[in-house]
Ligand binder design. Structure first.
Ligand SMILES: C[S@@+](CC[C@H](N)C(=O)[O-])C[C@H]1O[C@@H](n2cnc3c(N)ncnc32)[C@H](O)[C@@H]1O
Length: 425
């Protein structure tokens, strides 16, 4: 009777059998037993499984599969030999159709439960043209002591040593093999991780290393002293960036993503919050008389300005500023850091605000700042349905109506999904 809840549950759930009801936001399979909610890793909807409870948090147990008793009709054999140990992919156990359905359900679940939206507009998750070998950006962890290069193991900081990654684009797989060859030769620089991005001119890597690929020869020599700039072309627009600044990892869906985010938006003034190197800023500048982007990363803001200049788009400017601080400035009518054209545009009506925050979503003061601007339309691009739903709830309470949803499978084989919603006043 002195057992803690954790031990009581562990004792009574050893070898417990459960059926996976559906996939939850976060990618876990949902099951119930003994009046408890159980989140099962690497499950498929309909699986009958024997589980082991790994940890307990409140009324929720987190479990892993010990044995598959009856496989879900959606279950497939994961092709990657590291699946289950490597923390990179958590959806390879489901066929691709089931992955897309699970992601649509995850989005609906968040909108219903967290944003309290009853009538969710119809939408589909647009499939990636290639659900494998799509990643054009990656972060590889390096354990110099154990000589391991790869990704963190799931739920740990141990590095899973990986020779081949099934979601890397071939050009990044070549670079990865070059780094592994340097590791074996004892000449890989000591760094906790390496970030890599592929572009038209080859691969940018941070920190930079001198790396001659054993498989592709001299072509893949990476500069040894600087992080190389590269570019990618999306819908005729050219974007320069490097391994240290954000750029979407999956090219295949980018034209459709940009089109969906902008829709038929056109007009006088558009704001773009968290603009990165300008993926949406350039197309916005072709549709609006004045565009103001806001970005806090110095390198990304510099690339965004150069990308606008490269496209001869002089009607847009990028403020190097934290979005929350920038919106506070605007609220106080402190427009002194902006050009006269942008300051004057901000004093008129705002037609369109596009925000694309990182996974944590937008701070409360950002949502309050956007509401204060009273834009006609808000486009929210999000890589996390839970924080999107949290922020949507505030925007809806603030007087906006959810007009449309679209979603894109930018990250096949993982539970991650990109969602775009449009709100109108
Ligand atoms: C998800 S990325 C989107 C970038 C761009 N829209 C794109 O798709 O390439 C988020 C961007 O927000 C920037 N960021 C993060 N927190 C910020 C903040 N508090 N204020 C301004 N920018 C921020 C990051 O540097 C990053 O470039």
């Amino acid at each position: 009777m002195f057992f803690t809840a954790r031990y009581r549950l562990a004792a009574c759930t050893t070898n417990m059998e459960v059926t996976i009801e559906r996939i939850l936001p976060g990618g876990f399979g949902l099951a119930h037993a003994d009046d408890r909610t159980i989140m099962v890793a690497l499950a498929a909807p309909g699986d009958r499984v024997r589980i082991r409870v790994d940890r307990v948090k409140g009324n929720v147990s987190f479990a892993s599969i010990e044995e598959i008793i009856t496989p879900s009709p959606h279950r497939v054999e994961p092709p990657c030999p590291y699946f289950g140990r490597c923390g990179g992919c958590d959806f390879q156990q489901m066929n691709y159709r089931a992955q897309l359905d699970a992601k649509a359900e995850m989005i609906r679940d968040c909108l219903r439960r967290l944003a309290r939206i009853e009538n969710i507009p119809d939408f589909q998750v647009t499939a990636a043209p290639d659900p494998w070998h799509y990643r054009l950006r990656a972060q590889w962890q390096y354990d110099a002591v154990r000589q391991r290069l790869g990704y963190f193991e799931s739920g740990s900081r141990n590095v899973c040593d990986v020779a081949e990654c099934a979601v890397l684009a071939p050009t990044l797989q070549n670079t990865f093999e070059s780094l592994r060859a340097l590791m074996t030769a004892g000449s890989l620089p000591d760094s906790r991780d390496f970030r890599a991005a592929a572009g038209n001119e080859g691969v940018s890597i941070s920190p930079p290393v001198h790396c001659i690929s054993p498989t592709v020869g001299e072509d893949s020599v990476l500069d040894s002293s600087v992080v190389r700039d590269i570019s990618r072309t999306i819908q005729g627009e050219s974007y320069r960036f490097n391994a240290e600044s954000f750029f979407q990892a999956n090219d295949g869906l980018l034209p459709a993503l940009v089109e969906a985010a902008l829709g038929d938006a056109r007009g006088r003034t558009a704001l773009e919050l968290y603009c990165g190197v300008g993926l949406f800023t350039l197309p916005l500048a072709r549709r609006f008389s004045r565009v103001i982007g806001v970005e806090s990363d110095q390198a990304a803001a510099k690339f965004a300005r150069e990308n606008l200049a490269g496209a001869s788009l002089t009607n847009a400017e990028v403020a190097l500023r934290d979005v929350g601080v920038w919106l506070d400035d605007v609220k106080r009518h402190d427009l002194s850091r902006l050009s006269a054209e942008s300051a004057s545009a901000l004093q008129g009506e705002i037609d369109f605000v596009l925000l694309d925050p990182p996974r944590v979503g937008a701070e409360s003061r950002v949502i309050a700042g956007v509401l204060g601007l009273k834009p006609h339309t808000i486009a929210y691009v999000s890589c996390d349905p839970a924080t999107l739903a949290r922020d949507l709830k505030k925007l809806i309470v603030g007087g906006y109506r959810l007009a449309s949803i679209s979603a894109f499978d930018m990250f096949p084989q993982t539970h991650h999904v990109e969602t775009i919603v449009h709100l109108v006043a």
